[in-house]
Design a protein around this ligand. Structure first.
Ligand SMILES: CC(=O)N[C@H]1[C@@H](OP(=O)(O)OP(=O)(O)OC[C@H]2O[C@@H](n3ccc(=O)[nH]c3=O)[C@H](O)[C@@H]2O)O[C@H](CO)[C@@H](O)[C@@H]1O[C@H](C)C(=O)N[C@@H](C)C(=O)N[C@H](CCC(=O)O)C(=O)O
Ligand SMILES: Nc1ncnc2c1ncn2[C@@H]1O[C@H](COP(=O)(O)OP(=O)(O)OP(=O)(O)O)[C@@H](O)[C@H]1O
Length: 506
């Protein structure tokens, strides 16, 4: 069992003598609790508080952070920011502490975003890929780049895992401070809609923000597509960003492009009026090529990445960099240097006579974009392992099963990370969707390793096995039990087992 830790749990660099609590209170217009206390860092999680920290005691959906203030105190917190006074530490009391956290943490870390160009990437699908492509384009332009994505927090000199797409404000600002101190000049930051709604990215202004696309997801959290869209759109307000790049190939992107009141570069593969227009897109089993037309010229681009979605993501990255004034040819060369995005249509090759891929598709928009492309790569069947994660939009489970069955020949329903939910219930919803489609054979196998082994045993030469849903996640969580499970590693292992079992067949 692994102990949970907050995102980016490295030591805070601390800034000199720290920041006076009185200055923090004044910054957010709260009464000054005590003049002499100084803080050197901030944490929203008592389990990862460091000596000298300000403990951000947020109201949560399970409990109030103040329930954990004794642990924060014992770990060395010297003050609290909350909507209620602490019983043990001086507290800056404010109505909505999340709303103040960005500005406060930026102050504590000496406004790191002001020392670098910070770029944001948002959208339902493609944020991580686009952020990493953008980072490569910025590197090619001479920047030293840090990235904050769901894959990890990667600075010029350090790397840290993360549990979220976008961490809380304390981690965002601490990580920006770290990147700055490591010499970063630019940062590519993946921004979820939760991050906008929960003020995780408050306290800074982006140089440019890119939008990939919007499709049904996170509706349990936002309640409707309109509210989900509104959360994304807020990121494009002039107080948040100096420039924008917006994909206009879906209805929400077109709506967004009309709302944006900062300089906006639209990108598209459908509408030639877009400032960044991708055409002649060709996708093979080894690369993706296209011609990109822009107001500053046209260029041929060859991406060593698989799938038409990566052409879109590359256009989003390119448009974001161009919106910030970067050079087309230089950025394009940077995009071409990205050889893979971990867990995104990643090939696993153990010498088997069929294609095996791991991908992080976890909504129907991703399935609809990728599975038809995957089918073009083989002449045989498409065998998909599908499931759904707990504590995430239950409404997408049935459609995930149904869409997999609509687009594949064989669907193996298995577990992802049920977290605190009942695995049988999640699996049943996905399987019900798969069976309702009545178009593929459906097998249910709860144990993921057995499911992967089953998929490779079924595969004939010229078939393709797609292990979907978890990408490069390295852990599977059943309640509090966390086991190591990387789909890419296990898929390779079961392919090797099969090779041993069948001898010369593979
Ligand atoms: C909706 C949401 O953002 N929830 C987050 C929130 O949970 P919660 O409100 O239930 O927290 P809680 O358990 O009641 O605890 C309240 C407070 O006490 C603190 N605490 C809690 C326990 C403890 O021992 N010590 C302690 O200090 C917590 O840090 C929190 O500040 O605070 C928890 C601790 O920080 C987070 O783990 C949890 O993220 C949940 C698990 C999560 O994953 N949220 C998802 C929906 C999310 O944010 N997703 C987006 C988008 C993903 C995508 O793009 O697909 C993301 O950016 O990752
Ligand atoms: N442009 C796109 N259109 C549709 N689906 C996409 C696109 N880009 C990526 N995907 C799908 O989404 C999955 C996740 O890709 P990526 O990590 O780049 O997106 P993300 O938005 O960061 O995802 P998440 O929000 O889950 O972190 C991919 O494995 C693929 O299945």
């Amino acid at each position: 069992m692994t102990e949970p830790v907050a995102d980016g749990s490295w030591e805070s660099p601390g800034r000199g003598l720290g920041t006076a609590l009185a200055d923090i209170a004044r910054t957010i217009g709260s009464p000054v609790p005590i003049e002499s206390v100084r803080v050197t860092g901030a944490s929203d999680d008592s389990r990862t508080v460091r000596p000298g920290d300000l403990y951000l005691a947020f109201p949560g959906s399970h409990a109030h952070g103040s329930n954990h203030e004794l642990e924060a105190y014992e770990r060395g917190a010297v003050a609290v920011l909350s909507d209620r006074p602490s019983t043990v530490l001086p507290t800056v009391v404010v109505d909505d502490p999340r709303r103040s956290a960005g500005a406060v943490c930026a102050l504590i870390h000496d406004f790191p975003a002001d020392a670098m160009d910070v770029y944001g990437v948002t959208g339902t699908n493609g944020k991580t890929s686009t952020a990493l492509l953008l980072a490569a384009g910025l590197e090619a332009s001479g920047e030293t780049v840090g990235t904050m994505t769901g894959i990890g927090l990667a600075g010029p000199a350090t790397w840290s895992p993360t549990a979220r797409t976008t961490p809380e404000a304390a981690t965002v600002q601490r990580t920006l401070g770290r990147f700055r101190d490591e010499g970063a000049t630019a940062v590519a930051l993946e921004v979820s809609s939760h991050a906008v709604s929960e003020h995780r990215i408050d306290g800074m202004r982006f140089s440019a923000v890119g939008f990939t696309n919007l499709g049904p997801d996170h509706l349990d959290y936002h309640g409707s597509m309109d509210r989900y869209f509104a959360a994304k759109a807020e990121l494009f307000a002039a107080h948040r960003t100096a420039a924008a790049a917006v994909g206009i190939d879906d209805v929400y992107g077109r709506r967004l492009a009309q709302l944006v009141d900062v300089p906006c570069w639209r990108w598209s593969v459908l509408d030639i009026r877009a400032e960044v227009f991708g055409e002649h897109i060709e996708c093979t089993g080894v690369d993706t090529t296209m011609t990109v037309r822009t107001p500053t010229g046209s260029i041929d681009v060859r991406l060593p990445l698989l799938g038409p979605h990566q052409a879109g993501n590359a256009l989003a990255a390119l448009a974001t960099a161009l919106a910030a004034g970067k050079d087309l040819a230089v950025v394009a060369a940077g995009l071409e240097s990205v050889r893979s995005v971990p867990g995104r249509l990643e090939k696993v090759d153990a010498g088997q006579p069929f294609l095996a891929l791991v991908d992080y598709m976890h909504n129907t928009a991703g399935q609809r974009r990728l599975l038809p492309f995957v089918r073009t790569l083989v002449t045989g069947r498409v065998i998909v392992v599908v499931g759904a994660t707990g504590e995430r939009d239950p409404g997408k489970r049935f459609p995930l099963g149904a869409t997999a069955a609509e687009l594949a020949d064989v669907v193996i329903v298995s577990d992802e990370s049920p977290l605190s939910e009942d695995a049988d219930t999640i699996r049943a919803a996905v399987a019900e969707g798969a069976r309702a489609a009545r178009s593929a054979s459906v097998v249910v196998e709860p144990d993921r390793r057995t499911a992967l082994a089953l998929a490779v045993k079924m595969a004939e030469p010229d078939d393709v096995v797609v292990v979907a849903g978890r990408g490069c996640d390295t852990e599977q969580a059943y309640g509090r039990d966390i086991v190591e499970f990387d789909d890419r590693v296990v898929l390779r292992e079961v392919l090797k087992d099969l090779r041993r079992e069948t001898g010369d067949r593979l």
